[in-house]
Design a protein around this ligand. Sequence first.
Ligand code: NAD
Ligand code: AHE
Ligand code: ZN
Length: 368
Amino acid sequence: MKTRAAVAFEAKQPLEIVELDLDGPEDGEVLVELMATGICHTDAYTLSGKDPEGIFPSVLGHEGCGVVREVGKGVTSVAEGDHVIPLYTPECRQCAMCLSGKTNLCSAIRETQGKGLMPDGTSRFSYNGRTIHHYMGTSTFSNFTVLPEIAVAKIREDAPFDTTCYVGCGVTTGVGAVVNTADVRPGDTVAVFGLGGIGLNVIQGARLAGADTIIGVDLNPDREEWGRRFGMTHFVNARETGDVVAAIVEMTGGGVDYSFECIGNTDVMRQALECCHKGWGTSVIIGVAEAGATIETRPFQLVTGRNWRGTAFGGARGRTDVPKIVDWYMDKKIEIDPLITHRLSLEEINKGFELMESGESIRGVVIY
Ligand code: NAD
Ligand code: AHE
Ligand code: ZN
């Protein structure tokens, strides 16, 4: 079949809207019609050419929502007509990682996913006979995509596509980092570095978990109002504050219980660790930095009881946890609607990237 898609033919170049050929689902795979997709900073990171797993040409996008249109042989967990969210972190429930009960990092198809291929080592996308690669196992910048059954979460049908797509990455990553990875408790103090599409969801996750003090840090002063809207209690303007670590340690009488880095800046990762309370404070890295980048701190920071952690997809087990996060949204425990600041057509997708880079948008969503 044919599908309209925004293709990244080369790093650092605008996406091009073309009609691709798409092969149907093989055994254990499903064909999904995407209804909407968010644009996440990770898409921009890969397009920048800094991602060692960035392969060109490819169809980027990993924050989608749509409807199953066809299922391959042997598919049992979803059927035609089901509403689903594609999962860049699948959940096979059979690999050693899934069975460990200690991580959401399913290993079943990670190797081929990182090579831009389906589990059988081939691509379903092509253009004029030339292979176009998949991305993060999802490729949601295409109106139709093919996914392994283990990489879709079935969700309720009354959830609107244009907002629920954000659960495919940003919402789950931010809220999940708080409730799954960090396990923030009522009364805790929290610092969030970077108040964009991820950081604002960390803030609302911290509010949901009952944190008392939620400090937001950003260079962009416009983000103060956004942070307060979602539960932030204090704002630190990183551009105007000489020593951000000292400021947070002073504000909290010794440091925070938990901090989250939601930028991808290794200098800020150090600040996020060092503003944690001696003896127990835990810093969670969410931001993605390029291959070769390293984090630094004085080992004494860890000797004296601070913990450094990281999280992917908010520690969420996709098929199990994503439908629950959609329920939280529909039950108004968390908010998504105000964060979708821009709705765009596929033809406007490059504008969506510009709005994100300039700090004008929180989330831009492409509606098919
Ligand atoms: P975004 O562009 O929407 O937000 C980034 C925010 O950081 C902006 O508000 C910006 O003003 C602020 N900022 C930039 N430099 C800063 C600095 N030096 N000090 C303070 N604030 C600064 O991006 P996003 O979509 O929220 O993504 C954030 C990061 O999270 C990216 O690195 C992305 O790749 C990563 N990410 C990781 C996961 C995961 O599973 N670990 C999932 C999604 C996104
Ligand atoms: N290929 C990248 C990986 C970047 C990365 O860490 N991705 C996150 C998701 S970001 C979503 O916006 C992730 O899931 N990591 C775990 C994994 O297995 O990739 C690079 O930099 O190498
Ligand atoms: Zn993302």
